[in-house]
Design a protein around this ligand. Structure first.
Ligand code: ADP
Ligand code: MG
Length: 768
């Protein structure tokens, strides 16, 4: 039986009526037939039909050969698309504020889940309120006056039979002051802090209580939602409650998981799960809820993970039907390059090159992830792929997430390619004026055959003449949509460029499966020979003296060292300041040693200068913030000191440590911590001490940390989930994979609504 494939009618406007496909194409055999494709091109050549039409035709013909194609108009169903303005009190102003939260319709409100809860179901006697615990207290106002301290504030003391507590308002109105009259009963909610005279609550939420209302108390936990400027919790709660009422009344949140998926998960009904999460009963296990392991959360997490995976698969499928340039030539150029290298490729590198070479040679867009531990030599593999594209007269774009890393690549690629007569272009956000214009012109007219840069490469004004390959380093910093944006710049409308994505972030297999469901994967599982494994020591900061000695010795032997001051302050400015202070102190403590400093707030030219001087050995000790985390390659550096190591993720520590151990001399990494260490802290640093294997470390990280961010994608918004946590819910992923295949096969009509529900406002992911 042939599979049914549903396509969105709106994406194929001119052709919906043209079924069945004309006879010469309709019964073409399976697989790719160049003859048939040529016929298609011929058919369009004579007419002035646009390329778009040609692509759509091609897509449809390929599809009809494999599937029964049906067109769907995604009809709005019940709540799914109900406009927000249908709710009481929601006007255009509020609607736009809700949009900032990613809420576009009533269904989105239901899926806007609390990030935490408050327990307002019980009144705590004032005398039993404690620091750091949020409480609901009730009592009589005993006094209310303005206090003149460093800052003027309104202080109101409230008493019950067990004690007294103060409410403090730094922002208050005269009306508010007048309302808080001595003798009135008040109920307030907040977290007590230590004040001058006992406990105080700053800016509590409060309400006055009359005798009649005295025993009206919430039965459920009170949700706290992610909110936005100009939208208060109370307002948001009221709006979401309206959505819930509609859901109950019409019972109309659409169940999208097929019955067989639901039963095999033993999970609850969607409406019940939603209801529960917005208003959990007061006897629920808060711990389970906050850890995201409640069945209601798991029910939603499964659905969310499913929709992500379906979206990725869809991206992949959409990509597969595009054509890419078949880049066959290049053997000679590649051979010439390989013989010019000062080293032999490792077996793993050769295998990776072979696989990538084969991908590039056919006309299906490559989407390949090249995973390899830090220092495994991915760059040279990318260079070889680039040469194959250049030899076939296509352009190459190499993109890195930071300026420093991009510059490193520029240097490396230039050194390698200059002898071959290939000049490497450069584009970053900081490149301005004439230089920028001429670089853009060279990219557009094709004189520039390979360009290295940052995300500046996918800005609007960049247009390639004939882009054939995109290389992206350190994938986790870029989103899927960014990759796709670059791909659309190919300049050759009928062909999409190939993509090679490189990452050193070792990801456990289960996670990789979900995070990179749209990519094929190649792993370099071998380090170049002659490397001495890095010896790692875990050292309390009190033993700084020893560390200084170690640096002295290393520098005396002609080696170089890094000293990393990672983020301990929230702000980048403070972090950089900390690095400056450290550099000064170390300069004093290490007379005769040339200390350099690099951090994120320096001008790009300054950064380049410092990196060059370090590379050339002029700087012996480089004090840095985590800007050096990725990709920096100075083989002569053999000592790495990482301060505040207990605060960093294992993946990040591993990345940092990967900066040393690149030469033949034995390297040392010192993880400096501020004690005392927690049990988990000890375990984690022990993992670092005992292993140099990125994959092992990643798996241990996942195990020790449990809930957490192994992928490190949270900051970038690459894979943000509302309910699911890809590390915490790792145990669901295998099922999710199975179920997503089942849905794709047996319930394709559910794919779009699922993606729409969870990734609706990120649709551009899918429309590639
Ligand atoms: P990563 O995979 O972390 O990006 P790089 O590509 O930066 O690693 O390579 C790390 C270092 O190893 C570079 O100095 C590179 O020139 C060197 N290198 C790469 N391949 C080999 C090899 N087969 N033998 C020896 N050294 C190699
Ligand atoms: Mg690298």
């Amino acid at each position: 039986m042939r599979k049914v494939l549903w396509l969105k009618a709106e994406n194929f406007p001119p052709l919906c009526n043209a079924f069945p496909v004309p006879p010469p194409f309709a019964d073409r055999p399976r697989g790719r037939a160049p003859k048939w494709k040529n016929a298609l091109f011929e058919r369009h050549r004579g007419q002035d039909a646009c390329y778009e039409q040609l692509i759509l035709d091609t897509i449809l013909v390929i599809y009809t050969a494999r599937y029964d194609v049906k067109m769907v108009d995604p009809a709005p169903t019940s709540l799914d698309r109900t406009a927000l303005t249908q709710l009481k009190g929601v006007g255009p102003g509020l609607e736009s504020r809700l949009r900032n939260l990613g809420i576009h319709d009533v269904q989105d409100l239901l899926f806007h889940l609390p990030m935490r809860y408050q327990d307002r179901t019980r009144i705590t006697p004032i005398g039993r309120a404690r620091l750091g615990m949020e409480v609901l207290v009730e009592g009589e106002i005993a006094s209310c006056q303005i206090a003149f301290g460093r800052k003027r504030s309104l202080v109101c003391s409230v008493v019950d039979s067990s004690g007294v507590i103060s409410l403090r308002f730094y922002h208050f109105s005269a009306a508010q002051k007048n309302a808080l009259q001595v003798g009135l009963r008040i109920r307030c909610y907040g977290e007590p802090r230590r004040g001058r005279n006992g406990l105080e609550i700053y800016h509590p939420e409060y309400q006055f209580i009359t005798a009649v209302e005295a025993d009206v108390i919430k039965e459920h936990l009170t949700p706290v939602y992610p909110a936005t400027e100009g939208l208060q919790q109370a307002r948001l709660r009221a709006i979401i409650d309206q959505a819930l009422t509609r859901m109950r009344r019409r019972d109309s949140v659409r169940e999208l998981l097929p019955a067989e998926v639901r039963t095999s998960l033993g999970s609850m009904k969607l409406a019940d799960a939603i209801e529960f999460l917005h208003h959990p009963p007061s006897d629920v296990s808060l711990e389970q809820l906050l850890n995201g392991r409640h069945p209601a959360q798991q029910r939603l997490a499964v659905e969310e993970l499913l929709s992500h995976r379906l979206c990725m698969r869809k991206i992949r499928e959409a990509s597969d039907i595009h054509l890419a340039p078949a880049m066959k030539a290049g053997r000679d150029l590649v051979r010439q390059f390989i013989t010019s290298l000062p080293f032999q490729l490792t077996g793993a590198q050769k295998a990776a090159c072979k696989q990538i070479g084969a991908d590039l040679a056919i006309d299906r867009p490559m989407l390949r992830l090249l995973q390899g531990d830090v220092g495994s030599g991915k760059t040279v593999v990318a260079a070889i792929a680039s040469l194959q594209a250049i030899a076939a007269e296509y352009q190459v774009a190499v993109m890195a997430p930071t300026e420093i890393l991009a510059e490193q690549h520029l240097i490396t690629f230039s050194q390698w390619f200059h002898p071959l007569g290939i000049e490497v272009g450069w584009l970053s956000g900081k490149l301005k004026g004439k230089k920028r214009d001429s670089q853009l012109a060279e990219i557009e007219n094709g004189t520039c055959r390979i360009v290295v840069g940052t995300h500046a490469l996918f800005q609007k004004e960049v247009a390639f003449m004939k882009l054939g390959l995109i290389v992206i380093d350190e994938q986790h910093r870029f989103g899927v949509h960014q990759r796709m944006a670059l791909r659309d710049k190919s300049g050759v409308e009928t062909r999409k460029p190939h993509q090679l994505v490189m990452t050193a972030t070792p990801i456990p297999r289960t996670l990789a499966m979900t995070a990179y469901a749209d990519l094929d994967c190649t792993i370099i599982n071998e380090l170049p020979p002659g490397r001495t494994p890095v010896k790692t020591a875990v050292i309390p900061e009190e033993r700084r003296g020893e560390i200084i000695e170690a640096i002295k010795n290393a520098c005396a032997d002609g080696s170089q060292a890094y000293w990393v001051c990672p983020l301990i302050e929230e702000s980048e400015a403070l972090q950089c300041q900390a690095a400056e202070v450290t550099a000064q102190t170390l300069t004093g403590q290490l007379p005769g040693i040339r200390v350099g400093l690099i951090h994120g707030r320096m001008k790009p030219a300054q950064k380049t200068d410092v990196m060059m001087r370090f590379k050339q050995g002029e700087i012996q000790l480089l004090v840095a913030t985590t800007v050096i985390e990725v990709g920096v390659d100075v083989p002569n550096a053999s000592v790495m000191v990482i301060e505040n190591a207990e605060r960093l993720g294992l993946a990040q520590l591993h990345q940092l440590r990967g900066r040393v151990g690149r030469g033949a001399v034995a390297s040392h990494c010192m993880l400096v911590y501020k004690g005392p260490l927690s049990q988990t802290g000890k375990k984690r640093l022990a993992v670092m001490r005992n292993s140099n294997d990125g994959f092992y470390i990643a798996e241990q990280d996942l195990e020790i940390r449990g809930p957490g961010q192994v992928l490190g994608t949270q900051q970038t918004g690459l894979m943000t989930f509302r309910v699911a946590d890809i590390a915490r819910d790792a145990d669901l992923l295998e099922d999710v994979r199975k179920h997503s295949e089942l849905i794709r096969r047996d319930h394709p009509e559910l794919v779009e609504p699922l993606i729409d529900r969870w990734l609706g406002d990120r649709e551009h992911y899918a429309n590639v």
